[in-house]
Design a protein around this ligand. Structure first.
Ligand code: G3H
Ligand code: ZN
Length: 281
């Protein structure tokens, strides 16, 4: 998927108040599950690899190359995205590896430094034809360092987008990362105001903790890219646990990881319906 295709996908989804699902890849089986879900539904989506997932694999290269290989043989477009990169070096490396988009997460930086560094990332990424998402206002929950209850200020968001030239903006509207219960309440009124004031697609992080009906309402209110990770890992792990309990003699990982992969596909297919994901024409 080319950068223009990702940007265009998000733009058209925003315009129609539809969404694009963005799902995290930890194992190659996640990427395979998303490709099957894309084929079944006709919905393009974003496969994202976080800085933490890259560290787990000992570096970005093996997992990004795996995702790109899965994307290359998919008939439905799949974008490969670097998620939550706090390291500029990692951003450069991801661009070199041919990702379609990157998220530079400067949310822990002082505002002026976040602006300056994000603008530099945009210059570097755009020169290579890569789309940039950035974060303003801490989403909460990640590594326990962000305070919950933070909200993005619309005026600050407008100046941030103007000053940096980012293509998509992650906003803090009530969700929190890594929730295992789907009990988060979102500020739908704030989402509406952000959508009215900003022309770039808005990204909802920490969507695992958001109930189905609120996810749907968030898309209707103006969120475009819906990032989900923990909830899918929950589905995968639950199925694997069940498989292993029912098959005590199994030793072949393809059996139980394959069962987990199927569970991820099924849940992604369901979620794409919930969020009214944009389909290929
Ligand atoms: O960037 C990734 C997401 O924000 C996923 O968060 O694990 O809470 O769904 P989650
Ligand atoms: Zn996130």
């Amino acid at each position: 998927m080319s950068v223009n295709a990702v940007a265009e996908l998000l733009r058209s989804a925003r315009e129609h108040r539809q969404a694009v699902g963005a799902f995290n890849v930890i194992q190659i089986e996640h990427a395979e599950a998303y490709a099957v879900a894309a084929r079944r539904t006709g919905c393009p989506m974003v496969m994202q690899v976080s800085q933490n997932a890259a560290a787990y694999h000992g570096g970005l290269e093996p997992i990004i190359r795996a995702c790109r290989a899965v994307a290359q043989v998919s008939e439905v477009p799949l974008a490969v995205h670097l998620d939550h990169a706090e390291s500029r070096e990692l951003v450069s490396q991801a661009i070199g590896l041919g990702v379609d988009s990157v998220m530079f997460d400067g949310s822990a930086l002082p505002y002026e430094q976040n602006v300056a560094e994000t603008a530099e990332v945009v210059a570097e990424a755009h020169a290579a034809g890569v789309m940039v998402e950035a974060e303003l206002g801490e989403i909460g929950g990640k590594d326990g360092v962000h305070a919950p209850g933070v909200r993005t200020d619309p005026r600050e968001a407008v100046s941030f987008v103007e000053a940096t030239g980012v293509d998509a903006l992650a906003v803090a509207v009530g969700s929190s990362h890594a929730m295992t219960e789907r009990t988060a309440a979102l500020d739908l009124e704030l989402i509406g105001r952000l959508r009215d004031r900003l022309e770039v697609p808005l990204v909802l992080h920490g969507s695992s903790g958001v109930p189905d009906e609120t996810l749907r309402a968030a898309v209707e209110a103006g969120m475009t890219k819906i990032n989900i990770s923990t909830h899918l890992n929950h589905a995968m792990t639950r199925r694997i646990r069940q498989y292993l309990q029912e098959n005590l003699a199994v030793v072949d990982p393809r059996k139980y990881i394959g069962a987990g992969r199927d569970a991820v596909t099924e849940e992604v297919v369901r979620l794409l319906e919930v969020i009214r994901a944009r389909r290929v024409q």
